[in-house]
Structures are given as structure tokens and as C-alpha cells.
Design a protein around this ligand. Structure first.
Ligand code: SF4
Ligand code: FES
Length: 249
């Protein structure tokens, strides 16, 4: 199916073919692709192109988004074969006349480009993503738990996670082990273990030292390559292994 849209009609606009995967698990056995010819400008994002299709041609295309500024983590999808945020990916940077969008791998599909996040949120919650202190310390006269810039540096990169799931989508172990805790949760375990204000290291290390935990990672490194926020789950996993093997304390 080829149609022309008006996402951009300026003098500098170019055209692409946008291929959108369509799939409804209630009655489809495999994905089908719908194609649209679109005009775009160099600043047009993949999300804007998909929304243009919804506005002008087929409002039933299912896609999740919210902030449109790489903050909420909602719009992850496979774009030309790689997990990316649709709102943070400009068509011009893909350097291709054809842009194919598909739902993220390793997530159950709700419909079309929208996937279920329950597994990611469950594993995220499992590693206790909050500061753990004794109640007596929190209610004492000590109002602040101060940190040096060096102590902040130990974990701040990992605090940038927006829970988009791109790392889990890229992970080959996620594809073969449906119980694997995944790079997102492991990166968040490290974020809190490395925080000088936290006292929950031992309980988190116990949680990830599990038959479907940290040792299932084959260190493919694809999680770190696709993260749009500069988080490096592969490095966090190595640091966590250092704690478990006694190289770090
Ligand atoms: S680590 Fe990066 S890719 Fe993974 S969920 Fe967080 S922001 Fe997304
Ligand atoms: S719409 Fe929020 S990250 Fe893309």
C-alpha cells in the first residue's frame, strides 16, 4: 500500500517509504507490513512520521508514546533493525529511503508497535530500586546523607535510565531465557549498590546471584550499544560480578 502524506511539504522535504509492522495477537499468526510514502524534513522524527500516518491514513496503528523528548521511555521500537526511541530518531540520520518500524524484540506484543512492559517493571522492582537505610537512621537528627562528587560519579550515569527497555530488547539472553532478570534490572541493581548512601548491597547481590540472574549474561554488550541515555548495563554487570567474586567491596 503506497500513499503520500503531508508531514512536511517544504522546499527541502524529501520522501521515504515507511513500513509499519501490523500484528494483532488475537487473530494474526505473523506480522504484516503496511507501506506509506511520506514527505519529511531533516528534523522529522520517526515518531512524527508514524503519527502522520495515524492522522491521515490509518488511525488504528497502535503505538505508545508520551513525552516526545526521550524522557518517558514509552516509544521504543525496532527501527531499521535496531532498538531505538522513535521520538529521538530522525529519519534523516537513518540514511535510507526505506524506514521499517517493528515492535521491540523480547516483549509480548499488545498490537502493532505497542508491547507489554510487565516483565521489565517486575524485574526492575525485584532489585529494590530505592535507597535502603535503617529506620533509626532515617528518623535520627541527621537530615541529610551527604555525598562527595566522587561518590556521586560512581552511580550517576546509571541513574539516567528511563526504563525504555531497549537494552532488554537487544539482549540475546533475554531472547532465550524467559526468566532472565535482564540488563535493565542489573544496571539498576548496580546503581543502588554503588550509591554510598545505600545499605542494601547484600540483599541485592543475593537477588541477582540466581540461576536466571547475573551469571546468565554472556557479555554480548548489545545492551550498552543501544541505550539512548548513556547507561552502560554491561559495565554495571561486570562491576556487580566484581562484588560477588570479592574483587570489589
Ligand atoms: S539502561 Fe538504557 S536502554 Fe536500558 S531501559 Fe535504561 S535507558 Fe533504556
Ligand atoms: S515519547 Fe517519551 S521517550 Fe519517546
Amino acid at each position: 500500500m503506497a500513499q503520500v502524506s503531508s508531514v512536511a511539504e517544504g522546499k527541502t522535504s524529501k520522501s521515504i517509504t515507511l513500513r509499519i509492522a501490523r500484528f494483532n495477537p488475537e487473530h494474526d499468526h505473523e506480522k504484516k507490513f503496511m507501506e506509506f510514502n511520506l514527505q519529511y524534513e531533516r528534523w522529522t522524527t520517526v515518531l512524527e512520521a508514524i503519527l502522520d500516518v495515524k492522522k491521515h491514513f490509518d488511525h488504528s496503528v497502535a503505538v505508545r508514546y508520551s513525552c516526545r523528548q526521550a524522557t518517558c521511555g514509552s516509544c521504543g521500537m525496532i527501527i531499521n533493525g535496531k532498538p531505538r526511541l522513535a521520538c529521538f530518531t530522525k529519519i534523516s540520520e537513518l540514511d535510507s529511503d526505506v524506514v521499517t518500524v517493528e515492535p521491540m524484540n523480547n516483549f509480548p506484543i499488545i498490537r502493532d508497535l505497542a508491547v507489554r512492559f510487565e516483565r521489565l517493571f517486575d524485574t526492575h522492582h525485584k532489585v529494590k530500586p530505592y535507597l535502603i537505610r535503617d529506620d533509626s537512621e532515617i528518623t535520627s537528627n541527621e537530615k541529610e546523607f551527604l555525598q562527595s562528587p566522587e561518590e556521586l560519579e560512581n552511580y550517576i550515569q546509571f541513574a539516567n535510565c528511563i526504563k525504555c527497555g531497549l537494552c532488554n530488547s537487544a539482549c540475546p539472553t533475554m531472547a532465550t531465557d524467559s526468566s532472565f532478570i535482564g540488563p535493565q534490572a542489573l544496571a539498576q541493581a548496580y546503581r543502588y549498590v554503588a550509591d554510598s548512601r545505600d545499605k542494601g548491597k547484600d540483599s541485592r547481590l543475593k537477588i541477582i546471584d540466581d540461576s536466571h540472574g547475573i551469571w546468565r549474561c554472556h557479555f554480548a554488550g548489545s545492551c550498552s550499544q543501544v541505550c539512548p541515555k548513556g547507561v552502560d548495563p554491561a559495565m554495571g554487570i561486570q562491576f556487580l560480578r566484581g562484588y560477588l567474586l570479592g574483587f570489589r567491596s
